[in-house]
Write a protein that binds this ligand. Sequence first.
Ligand code: SAM
Ligand code: SF4
Length: 493
Amino acid sequence: MLTRDVPLNVREWMQGVIKEEEINRYLVNGRDFINDEEIEELLRKHRNPEPQRVRDIIAKSLALERLEPEETATLLNVEDEELWEEIFQAAGEVKRKVYGDRIVTFAPLYCSNFCVNNCLYCGFRRDNHLQKRRRLTIEEVRREAEALVSMGHKRLIMVYGEHPLSDVDYIARTIQTVYETKVGNGEIRRVNVNAAPMDIARLRILKEVGIGTFQVFQETYHHETYRKVHPEGTLKAHYRWRLYALHRAQEAGIDDVAIGALFGLYDWKFEVMGLLYHTIDLERHFGGVGPHTISFPRLEPAINTPFVQETRYKVSDRDFKRLVAVIRLSVPYTGMIITAREPAHIRREVIPVGCTQTDASTRIGIGAYSDRYTEQDLKRQQFQIGDPRSLDEVVRELAEMGYITSFCTADYRCGRTGKYFMGIAKKGKIHHFCMPNAILTFKEYLIDYASPETRSVGERLIEQKFAELDEALKPLVREYLERIERGERDLRI
Ligand code: SAM
Ligand code: SF4
């Protein structure tokens, strides 16, 4: 059923999007992998866990093994504050073991906010008539990319509403434009995409233009809540089309896929379980390759979007830190993304319990990096962001906390994706590659873009992290650092 106020050409386009046969092949006896009753039952059954049981599960994570649903349900049920402290400590340790003290940094680039869907929580929803609609022209995409490259970014996530105006051909052209953009020494080396679910043929087009990760958030894994927040008659109302979006991406050859849940739509413990079941199903279908990253955005206020204030399931700061730590322990090998939706003080608190990626200098208005934006325009963004600090400020703070900001994109460009990436992540060996490459890209950033204060904090941190490298790696890294000083760029291990 399609609503009447959607123009005919848009309705026709919508009818060609969902391919049932690209869902049904993944179902088992007609069921998807989220069994709501089973999840609720596991969460009930493992209430009040024995401390020893919790510690055994923590030990399994520290050995970098992915947890099973009953183990994650047990961690989610911990009440004791001291046990939570042990969980936070362990989560930080797992992060250090797998990824080292580094944070990968990126910026989002919003290209179009036309949308055929009506998600109750989103400022871009079709019926939000206070939203100004805009799609960037190719020239405007180039200008946005130039602005981002000039700040020092090397990685973007490009974001699109679901609409024929931003179909796969538009997405592909905008990505190519970004890859072509050069400013001085700078360029974008990896473009990830957050867009609506697509069929396999369209996903192959994205693969061909060289996307890094394809990211789709399930929003909520709870079937009934999903139905309530995604009105019938929209494409997004189709829970399973979305649930298997990343299975299709894998089939299309995009082997870095990213999952996420929007926290605040339903019980946070249920959503963490959903993310784990999603991980397990991807591993099962694709030879052990789970999600490259997991995201856990919290609902933020958006213009003319009363749902956000009305939800019963808002996640407190205390529970937010807990859910991040439990995801970290449940899937030790995955990257974890905290975004600028969160204010600076929460990011400081939560990064140490397991995050591996963050955005900086974030603007989510369409054209917001290169246009002059008024206060009113900022209010009309998809939602309100919590941390508007510049890249330089974020990099400096992270360095003061002991984290190297990595602009590295070598994994992807050296073919260290999918199965290969998982193999080294699961053995806790990523940081053998990542830390040297993080140091080298950080050095480039400090020379080309950083303020004098950031540069001085950053140079001290490089020496500290260099000293901690394997002895065998040191001569090559030192040589590369000197070559970067002399003007060479894009050197990687
Ligand atoms: N339209 C595509 C889709 O829905 O998958 C991709 C773009 S959408 C702009 C990206 C993500 O923004 C959504 O998946 C959702 O999780 C998040 N989002 C929407 N409304 C939000 C809000 N009020 N606060 C925080 N995040 C929100
Ligand atoms: Fe459209 Fe995505 Fe916003 Fe839903 S979340 S209204 S699909 S842009």
